[in-house]
Design a protein around this ligand. Structure first.
Ligand SMILES: [Zn+2]
Length: 68
């Protein structure tokens, strides 16, 4: 895979795992856990949780990251 920025041919594959949600807060999860136990903690994750795994390439020369 060629780096689109510097043309270097040595790019390595990497990936990111992101958890994003509209307004999930750890505080809310912990609060739920105190009230309801582990099930309450899980409640903190309801509705808007998204887990995204992004695969991308990293150029070993210039460090440029681009989508696979
Ligand atoms: Zn590069």
């Amino acid at each position: 895979m060629k780096c689109p920025k510097c043309g270097n041919d040595y790019c390595k594959m990497s990936s990111d795992t992101k958890i994003s949600g509209k307004d999930y807060s750890i505080g809310r999860g912990i609060c739920g856990e105190m009230l309801f136990g582990p099930a309450g903690f899980a409640c903190g994750f309801t509705d808007n949780r998204n887990i995204n795994v992004d695969a991308y390439w990293i150029c070993e020369k210039c460090g440029y990251r681009f989508k696979a």
